[in-house]
Design a protein around this ligand. Structure first.
Ligand code: AKG
Length: 278
């Protein structure tokens, strides 16, 4: 663990044994960081060359989405910024991407063992995208004052396909804001650099905002929403053509043991079939 500032904790996953990451102190630290700060940064969760291959695949497959217009299956989330569905195929169907062992270990520690993968896609900021409005991913549960005191009910995972930094833009986060009723305009934010191979996880309640993309290239980041089994994102999927999870039936059969439960809201038999990783 390196500490840059009081609240900017980064977990280096290279030191974590892949056999049972759930038992590692580093994963516990990441989960504690989510509970305390509302987000956690995991470095070296995935090989950089794998992310480079994903970027090439993304550009080839989703070229039609790289324009400043909302389509039936996309959502405009800010100036020149869009949420788009990603199919579970090719590199995007690699379990080390959609259900990375380190990420799933943190998710299961911070939510529970029954957590699901609720939606999967990408957020793309186009060149020249302005800073996004400050927001939470959804309103507080029950719209109630007790909601900031509760344990997390959903987390977002963001895996940048190019470095997230001041030039390409990153995601600014307000530490501790998952415990706020309203945004505190006087509170400072953090705008962490997330290099290729690293990722950031944040509590659905944490205030955040994509920063401007000052570069001449688009900045895609893969996202996955992990949630408690009963929760469905009520705000970001209101158009008929939008897809939370997009896959061919064969995909579910390819999900390895130890990960199947992430999909038991779409096929309950997968929970019964699940077990320790093979
Ligand atoms: O683009 C980003 O860095 C954050 C995006 C985001 O929070 C959103 O689109 O809701």
């Amino acid at each position: 663990m390196n500490e840059k500032a009081a609240t900017l904790v980064r977990i280096d996953c290279r030191g974590i044994s892949g056999d049972d990451p759930g038992t590692s102190d580093q994963i516990r630290l990441a989960s504690d960081c989510l509970v305390k700060n509302g987000y956690a940064i995991l470095d070296h969760v995935i090989a950089e060359d794998k992310v480079a291959a994903l970027k090439a695949e993304f550009d080839a497959r989703y070229a039609a989405y790289l324009e400043d217009r909302e389509l039936d299956d996309t959502l405009k989330t800010g100036n020149r910024r869009f949420m788009i569905p990603i199919d579970f195929s090719g590199g995007f169907a690699d379990p080390s991407v959609y259900a990375n062992p380190f990420v799933v270990a943190v998710v299961r520690a911070a939510l529970d063992q029954d957590a699901i993968l609720e939606s999967y896609g990408a957020i793309v900021s186009l060149p020249g995208a302005q800073a996004q409005h400050i927001h939470r991913d959804n309103p507080l549960l029950f719209g109630a004052g007790i909601a900031p005191l509760l344990p997390a009910h959903a987390l977002n995972f963001a895996l940048p396909l190019i470095d997230m930094n001041d030039e390409h833009g990153t995601t600014a986060l307000w530490p501790g804001s998952h415990r706020w009723l309203e945004h505190d305009k006087t509170a400072p934010s953090q705008a962490p650099e997330i290099p290729v191979g690293s990722c950031v996880l944040w509590d659905f309640r944490t205030f955040h905002s994509g920063t401007a993309n000052r570069s001449e290239t688009h900045r895609p980041m893969v996202y996955a929403t992990f949630a408690r089994r009963w929760y469905r994102d009520p705000g970001n999927f209101y158009k008929t053509a939008q897809r939370r999870l997009s896959f061919e039936p064969a995909f579910l059969r390819s999900v390895p043991k130890g990960r199947r439960k992430l999909f038991w809201h779409v096929d309950p038999s997968l929970a019964a079939e699940d077990g320790p990783e093979a």
